[in-house]
Design a binder for this molecule. Sequence first.
Ligand code: GUN
Length: 308
Amino acid sequence: MPKILDGVAIAAAIKQEVAEEVQSLAARGVRPGLAAVLVGSVPASQIYVRNKVQTCADLGLYSDLITLPDSASTAELLELVAVLNARDEIDGILVQLPLPARVDARAVLDAISPAKDVDGLHPVNAGHLQAGRPALAPCTPAGVIEILKRSGIAIAGSRAVVVGRSDIVGKPVAMLLLQQNATVTICHSQTRDLAGITRQADILVAAIGRPGFITPEMVSPGATLIDVGINRLSTREEFDRYFAGDAKREAAFAKRGSVLVGDIHPKAFAVSGAYTPVPGGVGPLTIAMLMSNTVRAAKLRRNLTAAQ
Ligand code: GUN
């Protein structure tokens, strides 16, 4: 039986550690603070941002939620980022993505001070990561490493295959795995013989954004599967393609009219040695690592190291 890597439990452990660190910083008069910027009214983004702000409150961090209408311009956002860069009680700035198509998202993200870039998306931090220097790393990729480490899965010397090359997940997770001494291959839409490569993986990370893309024949028996995808299935036909015969999911589908599936086909999990489920795998780590990055940014900005 494959081992299920419980992201909820791992995220809870990290949040507990962050809460303890926040308490010890409070004794020294420091309260880490996060500014979350939400533009427009995309329902999923509203939920994500609300969760981030709520988690700050739960762990004792200061937070400031700034909402702007859909009509906000690039110039307005740049002005807001400049204000947040200058505010001393703000250690981390998170601009929720996606931004409206009209807005120059790259310009906005690049305007965030690298020291406050808790999403790890600024080119300076991406460069530090690439150079193998300590940096604020993107939250979901950092969460993947935490899951592997805390589950006792050996990274050093392993063959890791990352499917997907996005700036937010694929590339940074590949860099972090390399930093941990894995032998890393990045695959993408133009990769030839994809299955031949994924079958070599001891650790297979799927971050493609296509439901059930990784099928059982693409997986080496016993491999660790990390599923970063979150795809919603809302038609009967789609449901049956992935979950036919799954009574628990059938009930969820009947109740809500949709279910989630990752980028890895559920049948592939049976072949694996360990896997992250969807939901409840990688997802919960993203907020936990955001909190951890915010505390880290607060300490770095004040030259406080763990030893002090
Ligand atoms: N939207 C979906 N995931 C993320 C993330 O990790 N960071 C930000 N800023 N927006 C997102």
